[in-house]
Design a protein around this ligand. Sequence first.
Ligand code: HEC
Ligand code: HEC
Ligand code: HEC
Length: 464
Amino acid sequence: MKIDCKRLTVVTVLIGLFVSFPLLAVESEANNALIERGKYIAIAADCAACHRQAVENGVPFAGGYAIASPMGNIIASNITPSRQFGIGNYTEIQFADAVRRGVAQDGRNLYPAMPYTAYYGISDQDIHALYAYFMQGVKPADIAPTAVTDLGFPFNIRQVMLGWNLLYRKEKQLEKQAGISEQLYRGQYLVEVLGHCSTCHTPRNMMMAEKSSLYLSGSPLGGWYAPNITSDSSGIAGWSQRDLVTYLQTGHLANKAQAAGPMAEAVEKSFRFMTDEDLNAMAAWIKQVPAVSTPVATKSPRSLATDINNVIIGQGNQASLVDISQTDGATLYESACASCHGRQGQGTADNFYPSLTHNSAVSGPGPQNLVMTIVMGIQRKGSDGEVSMPAFGQQMNNEQIASLSNYVRNQFANIDDRLTAENVQMLRNGGELPFIVLYLNWLMGGGAVIVLLILFGLMRLRKR
Ligand code: HEC
Ligand code: HEC
Ligand code: HEC
């Protein structure tokens, strides 16, 4: 029998195509699924919150946004696959090192404004999916950095992070504790690792590292305060698992709390897109975190002289706001707030304009979130729609805001704050400075050396 070589080749190629076509299709389908999974992980980890441009609605992941830290501004990198300005030349291993260990491709130590202290635990599988998403699912943005990170000495020396990392960077992957359910393990992974809740909600020590014994028990955050979210009565003991899910998904919980500031951003960019199953796992984990008791505001009888019922200005009369000598809290409340939140702070029946008498920002341990909400207003998308409250930071001066805040806390929560205009200015500037920065001036007097010595001393202790 004569074999026709040509025909055989044609047939083989045809058979080859026939077999590999569906295989190729399956492969690209699997790759698409991987990219989709990576996208979901990027949402749960909220990479977009920081890696954005400085302008609203800028190019996703193009970077340039300044993250205010007590040491100065730290600029988020371009993490699109641009080869010139982004991470287009990163291998998967280098990507993993940047995300989990805070070490960039060129060996630069990243500042922990990049939350590698939480991302340490991202699984290899999830890193693989994240990498696929950033390389193939994100458009390269050839946009040069619009600003550079410029911290004062000694923080501008990135090697200082070597010592810090030895002390505070976790090296082991997250492990499932014996006896916990799959749901709790998933919840722990989402809360501790991807969601990095503790980077905002856990107080920090002198060296700016999280105090693990006070996990999630509340921390100042710029001018804001990320409250105690453990199940203590000073935290969110009264919240059910369902309540937590509702709050994370929508940004509000009737007669309890509304998310403003950094939390509103986390809801809008991240939590509202997460599955019910994942949100429930997170809530279940939060509910069983050890309760930590923290100071609450002391209640005292109402002390302010003016009663709202004696205020004669019409509701929502903004004219009185123009008068900067008007510093009576009740009058300011009547002019600026009552039209939405009601004269008695009762809000509206449908909670669209929330009550201020049952409100964690008004009754919280300090006035930070109330003051910052008055200054910045609220713009937030949740899974159930959009809410907005006007910002009053331009219209009102610090004295007016202090007096309005004192009135609101006193009238609606029986708290006597006596906040001053200086206190308000300090919050506007980003709150009280932590130890390490406050004492920098003193350290500068020959003391920077001491900091380094302390760091190296601690490193040696740790090594032993
Ligand atoms: C809270 C803010 C924040 C979040 C959230 C965040 N990053 Fe970053 N990231 C930063 C900052 C700031 C830098 C630059 C730090 C520096 O210059 O030391 C950075 C740097 C990086 C780098 C190094 C790039 C380079 O070469 O400069 C990579 C890669 C990166 N981030 C990836 C990610 C990924 C992926 C996610 C989500 C899983 C993420 N980041 C989430 C703030 C953040
Ligand atoms: C970027 C910082 C940041 C991150 C990340 C963050 N939070 Fe928050 N959170 C805040 C701030 C600030 C508030 C106060 C918001 C307000 O009252 O306007 C808050 C408020 C809350 C509240 C309401 C508490 C109350 O008593 O009003 C809950 C619950 C909460 N966060 C849970 C979480 C969980 C769970 C995570 C992680 C999945 C998380 N947060 C991540 C900053 C953050
Ligand atoms: C135009 C209507 C409107 C006006 C005027 C207004 N608010 Fe609001 N306020 C809102 C809305 C809407 C929310 C968020 C509701 C939500 O999240 O569901 C809100 C939320 C709040 C919160 C909760 C914030 C947090 O962080 O938990 C406080 C406190 C508050 N307002 C106080 C005030 C004060 C004080 C004034 C006067 C300076 C004022 N509001 C004026 C509509 C308004």
